[in-house]
Design a protein around this ligand. Sequence first.
Ligand code: GLN
Ligand code: ZN
Length: 757
Amino acid sequence: MKTSVIGFPRVGELRELKFATEKYWRGDISEKELRDTAKDIRKKNWSIQQEKGIDFISSNDFSFYDNLLDTAYAFNIVPKRYKELGLSDIDTYFAMARGYQGEKGDVKALAMKKWFNTNYHYMVPEFDDGTEVKLAGTKALDEYSEAKALGIQTKTVIAGPFTLLKLTRFTGSTKAEDIADRLAESYIELILKLSEAGEEWVQLDEPYLVRDLTEEDIALFEKLYKKILSEKNVKILLQTYFGDVRDIYKKLVSLDFDAVGLDFIEGIKTAELIKEYGFPKDKILFAGLLNGKNIWRNNYKKTLETIFDLKALGINTVLSTSCSLLHVPFTLRNESKLPQKYTEHFAFAEEKLSELLELSSLANAENFAEIAGDSEYTANEKLFKNRPDVVIEKVQNRVSSIKESDYTRLPVFEEREKIQKEVFNLPLFPTTTIGSFPQTQDVKQNRSAFRKGEITLEQYKDFNKKKILSCVREQEEIGLDVIVHGEYERNDMVEYFGEHLEGYLFTEKAWVQSYGTRCVKPPIIWGDVSRREAITLEWSAYAKSCTDKPVKGMLTGPVTILNWSFPREDISVKESTLQIALAIRDEVLDLEANGINIIQIDEAALREKLPLRKSDWYSQYLDWAIPAFRLVHSGVKPETQIHTHMCYSEFTDIIPAIDNMDADVITFEASRSDLLILDSLKANNFKTEVGPGVYDIHSPRVPSEEEIVSALEKMLGKIDKEKLWVNPDCGLKTRGETETKASLVNLVAAAKKLRNK
Ligand code: GLN
Ligand code: ZN
C-alpha cells in the first residue's frame, strides 16, 4: 500500500529556522543566509521521507511564518498598508506577519488566530476592496523545482481556495463570492505552471470542510472546484483534516478529484460515511490513519482493521497521516533522558514515517490471519497491553468522590464583587499585566544553568528573586495597580506545571510550532496526575513580601494544561482534566492561605479544543470543561479575587459558557480583532469584570498613549466603567525590556487620563 505525508515539521529538527529567522529580524544575518537555512531544512525533510520510502512527499509545506499567509501572498491578497511600505518581498511578508515599525512606516500585523482545533496559529488574510487577485508568488513552484533538482518528486501542497476564502477577512464591500472566479483562475494558472515544471500531483488542503457548512458554503466550494477541475492538467488530491466532512461528503466524492484525503482519527463519522455512501472506484482514498496530532505509537491492530475494511470494499487506498505532522515534534532521536520503557510508546514525526512504512507492508495482507506472527505486528500489539507507572489509586478515588457542590463557588458573583471592591479599593480602570515579563537571556541562562547542574538550587532561586524584586519595583514605578511576579521560573506556562505534577513526562527537544518562530514543548500526560508539592507559592509569596500593592498569583488552568499537553488515549480527556483540576485547586488554596488574594488562573487554550461543529460544543466539551475550571477555584473565600485569561477574543458564541466559569475578572486578547467581541459581551449582559487587552503584545510595536486612550474609550461604549480593567492582551515574555516598559508606561498614563476625565 502506498503512503503519503500531508506535511512535515518545518522549523527544523533543532529549530534551525527559528534561530535563523530571529537573527534575520535582528539584522544579524542576510536574507541569503536565511534562505540557505530554509533550503537545508527542506532538503533534510524531503530526504528523510524519501529514505523511509514515503510515496507522496509534500513540498511547499515549508513556510517562513505560516502557510495560509504564504497562500494569500502568492495570490496577491496583500493589504495596501503593507505594499505601501515599499519593502522587499520577504520583508513585506514579515510585515504582514509581525507588523512593521521603522523608517518606512508603522503598521500593525495581520490578525492571528488558532488554526482550527490546534495550538498552531495562522495569520488571517485581509482583503481590501480594489485588491487584484492574481498569481504573484512563485514559492510553490520554486520548492517543487528545488526538490526535483534533488531527485525527489514531490506533490505540491497548497492551502485550498475555499479554506482561504472562508478564513479571509474582507475589510470593504467585496465578498468571497466576488473574487471566487478570479481566485480559481489564479489557482489554475499556478497548477498549470507546476504541471509544466513536471508536477504530477497537487494537494489542495481544505480543512474548512470539516466545519458546519451552509448551503452557500457548499455552493462556493462547488463553484471554485468546478472551475479548477475543468482545467486541471495534474492529478488533484483534495485533502481534509481535523474532522469528518459529513456536510459535503456525497458532493465531494462526486466531483472530479483524483483523490480525496479523509481524517479517520478526528473524523468520527469518516468510516460511517464511506460505508453509507461508498467511495468511487476511480478515485484514490488517502486514509488519514496515523494521528498527526498526538505522539503515541499507532495501534496497528485498529489501523489494520480499518484498512482491511476499506480493502474489502474495493477502495483504492493510500495510507496517510491524519493531518500535517507540523503538530508533532520532529524526532525521538534527541530524547536521551527518557527511559525506553516510556519512549517505546511514542512516535514523533520521524517515527511516524517508520510506522507508515511498517503499516504499508502489513497492509499488503488481506486480513489478520495473513499477518499472524509478523514480528513488527506482534511487537506493536504488545505495547498496548502494558504501560508501566500509570495508575495512582488515590487520584482515581479523589476524582470519583467529587460532589456536585464542589463545582460551585459561593457566594454568587454579585456579592463577591461588592466585597472585593471594598477590600481591594482599587481605582477605576485598574491596571495590571497578564503575568510574564520579558524572558531576557539572563533569565533563560539561569534556568538552563540550573537544569544542567551548573548552579545550585540556592543560586537559581536567588537569581529569580532578584529578578522578581526588580520586576516588582519596575511595576511600582510604572504605577501598575496589581503587581505580578514576572514568571521568571517558567519556560512555558504548561510545561512548568507539568514538571511539578506526578503523571507527566517531559521531552528535551520535542518542539512544536505555535506561531511564526514561536515553538512550544508540550509535556506528555503519561498516567494519573497529582500535585507533588506547592508549585508557585514560593515565588508569589516572595513577590508579595516585596510590595504593599496587591500581588496576583499566577496559575495555569486545567483545561489549558490538558489542551497543551499530549493527552492520554487510554482514558477520557474529561477524566484527565479533573485530575489536573484537583491538583491546581490545591495550589489555589495554598496561595490563598499565604495571603495571595488575587489569583489568576490562565485558560489560554480553553477554546482550542472546542469541537469544530457547533452541535458538539456543549455535549462533547463545555459541559465538562467549564465545571472543571470552577472546581479549581470553588474553595476560595469571597474576598479572594479570581482572574482568568484567554489568548483570543473569539468567544462571541460561547459568552454564556465563559461567564459560567464564574471568575471575578477575565482578561483577553482584543487588540488584534478590532474589539468586535465587546458588542456581544454587552448583548449577553456579561457579569464578569473584563480587561480586553489594549495593545498587541505579539509585535514589538510600542502603542502610544492616545492609541490606548482611544481603545479604552471605545471599550467604555460597551462596558460598564466599574467593570473595565486595563492590561496588555497577553503575557510579555516574548517582548524586549525597552518596548515593554515604554508600552506599560503609556498604558498606565492612558488609564490615568481616563480616570481624570
Ligand atoms: N500568564 C501567562 C503569561 O503572561 C499567560 C500566557 C498566555 O496566555 N499564553 O505569560
Ligand atoms: Zn494570552
